[in-house]
Design a protein around this ligand. Sequence first.
Ligand SMILES: [Zn+2]
Length: 86
Amino acid sequence: MSEDLIHLVQCPLCPNRHEYSLSVNRSVSLGMLTSQPLPTLTRRFVRLFTCPSTGNRFQATITLEETALSRIEGVEVASLLQSSDG
Ligand SMILES: [Zn+2]
């Protein structure tokens, strides 16, 4: 199962922020249905992004949440959506 997310990055190479779409692969376990809220884990992934202004690549950290029933298996940077000033 994969889902698409939009990730806004403050670019270290230029003064702009860029929006990228991410493709997040999750392994979803149906598990047992429970009324208890599942604890949420915060995970960080470092990925390479391309700055559209300079054409150079930079690393940025993506922070995502997962639960025991929805584990993150991988994160890919799918595409650049747009770039905005400031
Ligand atoms: Zn940039």
